[in-house]
Design a protein around this ligand. Structure first.
Ligand code: NAD
Ligand code: UDP
Length: 327
């Protein structure tokens, strides 16, 4: 297959490109590197079936020749990223999604939208099945992401219904693993980086809020299954093993062997109190379920961060190139 991956230079996108190349596909990776990094795909660049195009998908784009699928992952995804890039987030969710849909339509290709559990907002139904419509604040600080993704879902379904595009939507729940940016502000990358540096872990609020963390290899298997299926979705992709943020902090401290130091910070506005996917649809329609336990996934993540984030002996700075936002 020949597949376009928008956002292919990001955390999930780079793992997806790798998985597709591994099974013999030809991959065109489109990215503007607003939140991704060329290093994420540097090992793929020698592969003759891999093409990297540095482009912003909010401007119209095309790819030559026959095309089998478009996986649309381009979007800032971590709360600090979309807080810093609000207009860009809305733009890539709207214009970027429409450009990616048009590409799929022109080539009669399968289109897979990477939507999010944030479509459920701060859910009043727990755990969340795909039938749940969500509880989103349309004017709050998270709305630039949540509403952009909800619009992207609506647009994708309209292309399916009125133009016959073979659209599939996945709603991705919190995913972690190697290649997360150490300073992306997400909870796993932040806790692992802080623990390895011997800094206190910053728990927002009292840490009783929950998330359900999925290891990246599991998630990418689900994405590939959705590309290969004809299912319209939406389909939840996530690991239903739910934890409080405090439990996650304890696990990271245990795995890194760091001393227990916690620094409580204010809870961000509209931070969802709990989140856990119902994955019956993914099991039945895609034959997919996550298999990597969080302890194992965190060990791989810690090993990857250890290579990149170990403070130099003088403790002055991190080797990791990234913008330090907070501690
Ligand atoms: P990421 O920030 O690492 O990757 C996003 C990529 O999109 C980056 O490489 C970025 O440079 C690129 N991008 C952003 N705007 C672009 C534009 N206008 N044109 C071209 N490229 C652009 O984030 P991620 O965690 O890999 O997320 C990938 C996708 O999965 C996103 O759509 C996100 O909403 C979705 N998702 C991720 C998670 C998760 O836990 N990682 C959860 C839910 C949904
Ligand atoms: N969080 C935290 N400390 C941090 C970063 C995040 O306690 O340093 C909390 C955050 O408030 C949220 C949860 O961890 O309740 C998950 O945050 P993340 O940004 O990873 O994902 P999202 O909120 O988008 O699910």
């Amino acid at each position: 297959m020949k597949i376009v991956v928008t956002g292919g230079g990001g955390f999930l996108g780079s793992h997806l490109c790798e998985a597709l190349l591994r099974r013999g596909d030809t991959v065109w990776c489109l990215d503007n590197f607003s939140t991704g990094a060329p290093e994420n795909v540097s090992t793929l660049r020698g592969n003759p079936r891999f093409r990297l195009v540095h482009t912003d998908v909010t401007a119209a784009f095309d790819v030559p020749g026959p095309l089998d699928a478009v996986a649309h992952l381009a979007s800032p995804a971590s709360p600090p990223d979309y807080d810093r890039l609000p207009l860009e987030t809305l733009s890539v969710g709207s214009r970027g999604t429409e450009n990616a849909l048009r590409l799929a339509q022109r080539h009669d290709a399968r289109f897979v939208l990477a939507s999010t559990s944030e479509a459920y907002g701060d859910p009043e139904t727990h755990p969340q099945p795909e039938e749940y419509w969500g509880n989103v604040n349309p004017v709050g600080p998270r709305s630039v992401y949540d509403e952009a993704k909800r619009y992207a879902e609506a647009l994708s379904m309209a292309y399916r219904r009125s133009l016959g595009v073979d659209v599939g939507i996945v709603r991705i729940f919190n995913t972690y693993g190697p290649r997360m940016r150490p300073y992306d502000g997400r909870v796993v990358s932040t806790f692992v980086r802080q623990a390895l540096a011997g800094h206190p872990l910053t728990i927002y609020g009292d840490g009783s809020q929950t998330r359900s963390f999925c290891y990246v290899d599991d998630l990418v298997r689900g994405l590939v299954a959705m590309v290969d299926s004809g299912h319209s979705g939406p389909v939840n992709l996530g690991n239903p093993s739910e934890r409080t943020v405090r439990q996650l902090a304890e696990l990271v401290l245990t795995i890194t062997g760091s001393p227990v130091r916690i620094d409580h910070r204010p809870l961000p506005v509209d931070d969802p109190a709990r989140r856990c996917p119902v994955i019956t649809r993914a099991r039945e329609q895609l034959g997919w379920a996550p298999v990597v336990p969080i302890e194992e996934g965190l060990r791989h993540t810690v090993a990857w961060f250890t290579d990149r984030c170990r403070p130099p002996l003088d403790g002055a700075s991190y080797q990791a190139r990234q913008e330090p936002v907070g501690t």
